[in-house]
Design a protein. Structure first.
Length: 741
């Protein structure tokens, strides 16, 4: 049996219901009361999910769980082992009966059996049950694998979303990438460096400007080096003046002065007369060969100065895209180092030539000179290739970012395929699908064969006859009947013609009779069936209401567990009395101690949410307001002390009870005031009672609203009213006392 509803979530008015710890569990017989729109039909639909084995179409995402007496928790998504449940509600009526067309689905009740066919039927049913169980197991395996894959997809997509800062990236975005690399995942894996470069390209948000290639070229130093070597090795031959040859500084000073004293006879320095042969001696020392050497040295030094001024304008690293910096930076550094070596070589050669000017008559060795001409130009070619790629990157900026993103996505997808053994799992799913499909074919074939055997072993007419018996019990006549058409369908007839314009009461009676008959079909063992009934008395008059209760008592008393939901208080009282007879106790105050039945109350706690709680004591203890009002007066009269709060409401309660009693005993007079003389012949007593029930129950002035009736006065008036009931109708009074005691 079902002991509790463990949870109902997102199912209509049951937003998130959990069985309260203080709420008693279901018993074998259960009665649920609730006003219209409180959630009774919704609750019946919860149970019907377990009957049909699939979610209600209006609440596909709902979660419902039932707990049975052995602690097992049942979920409609996993129907194996679910208790056998049959539900009568509006959904059952809609699916099985069409009052517009006046027909219903036929019910097949087992007729005279053919032993051989019956054995064959049982074998096929067992094969069907085994196949369904195996298919459910295969489906569960498939769901488990798919759930694992989907969970891993979600996690991987979340990582990609964070790594690549893609706000809307999810497993749906990752799916196509996984499919694209699934066959050859290794082909799409990137090395660490390649991945880093791709990430840098994708993350780049700045479009760099175009750069100019390096067109300036450093000249080769080979010629100037050769010229310098030649000049350093060259010596002047002539009639030298020894003192000048030995002192280079004086030699240069004298050479300058010699050119200033041409055609002069006095010294410009000291003013003395120049020796007559001095100019001749100097001309021999500073010969044309000497002057030529000096001129060549000066020319070569100028060339060195020009060569030393040659330089290259190298772009800063920051102007390049991040992924190119690693290539460009070393080239730039090497070029600068080579330029520095070249500059030092030029300075060394220039120094040597300057010294040569002082040593025209001496052979000088040329120092070691480095000319990195070829290396620099080779590096410039490499640098220009990087600049070309940079410019191409700029021209194809967005295209490269998208290309990098695709590579990165496929890389991560390939990682997922390898790490999750995706291809193997897909093969498993494919194999399971094939098995499930085979089961579908097998089960469909078995279902057709079982249906054929059941039709051969059963008679639809028996089902129609059973419904007609119930309809006769309802209406006491046979004019409304169910007939079986040649197409084996149930048709509603009134007399010999199709019944049209059925009253709501007739529709209710037909529907419930149909449901009771369905409980006798071949697939139902009533002793093992849990029956849920939702308001089977809608639109029925009082007489038919009693007939419905009688049918329930006769037909459903022996089911495994019975739960009845209703908003009809009279029907509620009739079922409650039946359950109390089953319990064999009248002590309704010990509701939690009942061994066979329970009563519950469904109520709305907000416009969109309902809950289930224990039935209020008043609903289970009293059959009507009349009984309740009498119990208040009777208990007040019997107790020596009363709660002070009772005094406030007592005048109203007394008035309402006497109005009801007067209506029963003196129906000919309208209004309680006109009946007072018959109810209270004594004028003094009548005036006291009238003042009490009229004055204190109508707050027409501020003084009255602040007045509290005296306890002794209350006792006196209540005693008088109860005495009237007891004296005028003793048996009625004693029955009331018994009912409220």
């Amino acid at each position: 049996m079902i002991r509790k509803i463990q949870r109902i979530k997102s199912f209509g008015v049951f937003a998130d219901f959990r069985w309260p710890a203080e709420l008693p569990i279901f018993n074998r017989y259960n009665l649920v009361y609730g006003w219209n729109y409180s959630g009774k039909t919704t609750l019946s639909r919860v149970f019907r999910c377990f009957e049909t084995g699939h979610p209600h179409p209006d609440f596909q995402g709902a979660e419902v769980k039932l707990e049975s007496e052995d602690g097992t928790v049942h979920d409609p998504a996993m129907p194996v082992g679910t208790p056998h449940i049959r539900v009568f509600n509006s959904d059952f009526i809609h699916e099985n009966l069409s009052f517009d067309d006046c027909h219903a689905t036929p019910i097949l009740i087992l007729g005279q059996e053919d032993i051989k066919r019956q054995e064959e039927l049982e074998i096929k049913r067992k094969s069907r049950d085994d196949g369904q169980r195996d298919q459910i197991q295969k489906k569960a395996q498939k769901v488990e694998i798919e759930t694992t894959i989907e969970s891993a997809k979600t996690s991987k997509a979340r990582d990609i979303k964070q790594t690549l800062s893609l706000p809307n990236y999810d497993k749906t975005s990752l799916g196509p990438q996984i499919a694209a690399v699934a066959d050859e995942p290794e082909k799409h894996l990137l090395s660490d460096d390649t991945l880093a470069n791709a990430l840098a390209t994708y993350r780049s948000r700045e479009k760099k400007p175009l750069l100019s290639e390096q067109t300036v070229r450093i000249k080769s130093l080979s010629k100037i080096i050769n010229k310098g070597t030649e000049l350093l090795a060259k010596t002047v031959v002539g009639q030298t003046i020894r003192r000048l040859e030995e002192n280079a500084e004086i030699e240069q000073w004298v050479r300058t002065g010699w050119t200033l004293h041409e055609d002069k006879h006095t010294c410009e320095f000291c003013g003395g007369t120049l020796p007559s042969d001095l100019m001749t001696q100097l001309s021999h020392h500073f010969s044309s060969e000497y002057e030529n050497l000096m001129t060549e040295l000066e020319t070569t030094l100028q060339e060195l100065e020009v060569a030393g001024s040659e330089t290259l304008s190298l772009d800063d690293e920051a102007r390049f895209y991040a992924e190119l910096v690693a290539e460009y930076a070393p080239l730039r550094k090497q070029i600068k180092e080579l330029l520095e070596k070249r500059s030092k070589s030029l300075k060394t050669l220039a120094t040597a030539l300057h010294e040569k000017r002082k040593k025209a008559f001496t052979r000088c060795d040329c120092p070691e000179i480095v000319d990195p001409f070829d290396e620099i130009n080779t590096l410039i070619e490499s640098m220009n290739e990087i600049i070309q790629r940079h410019n191409l990157r700029t021209n194809e900026f967005e295209e490269k970012r998208i290309e990098a993103l695709m590579k990165i996505e496929k890389h991560y997808a390939a990682q997922f395929v390898i790490d999750q053994q995706y291809s193997q799992k897909q093969r498993q799913i494919k194999e399971l699908d094939a098995d499930i499909g085979s089961f579908d074919i097998q089960l469909k074939t078995l279902a057709d064969e079982i249906k054929k055997l059941e039709l051969e072993l059963s008679e639809a007419k028996r089902g129609a006859e059973q419904i007609n018996c119930y309809l006769f019990a309802y209406f006491g006549k046979n004019d409304l009947r169910i007939e079986v058409t040649p197409e084996k369908r149930f048709q509603f007839n009134r007399g010999d013609i199709r019944a049209t314009n059925l009253s709501e009461g007739e529709k209710t009676a037909i529907s419930f009779a149909y449901f009771l008959t369905r409980l006798s079909d071949r697939s139902t063992n009533l002793a093992e069936t849990i029956v849920i009934i939702d308001d089977p008395v809608s639109s029925l008059d009082a007489n038919h209401l009693f007939n419905t209760v009688a049918l329930i008592k006769i037909k459903l008393a022996d089911c495994k567990q019975l739960t009845i939901l209703t908003h009809n208080y009279e029907f509620f009282n009739l079922i409650r009395d039946w359950f109390m007879d089953i319990e064999k106790t009248s002590d309704t105050k010990k509701h939690k101690d009942l061994q066979k039945w329970r009563s519950f109350f469904i109520e709305s706690v907000s416009q969109r949410e309902s809950t289930i709680r224990e039935i209020p004591w008043e609903l289970i203890s009293f059959k009507s307001e009349y009984h309740y009002l009498f119990s208040v007066l009777y208990n007040f009269d019997a107790e020596l002390k009363s709660e002070f709060s009772t005094l406030f409401n007592l005048p109203n309660i007394t008035r309402r009870y006497m109005e009801a009693f007067g209506g029963i005993m003196i129906p000919s007079f309208a209004g309680l005031h006109k009946k007072m003389k018959k109810l209270f012949p004594d004028g003094t007593e009548r005036e006291r009672v009238w003042k009490f029930i009229n004055y204190y129950s109508h707050n027409t002035t501020i003084n009255r609203s602040l007045t509290i009736p005296d306890n002794s006065e209350c006792k006196s008036v209540v005693a008088s009213c109860l005495a009237v009931v007891r004296e005028r109708y003793k048996e009625h009074y004693e029955a009331l006392v018994e009912a409220v005691s």
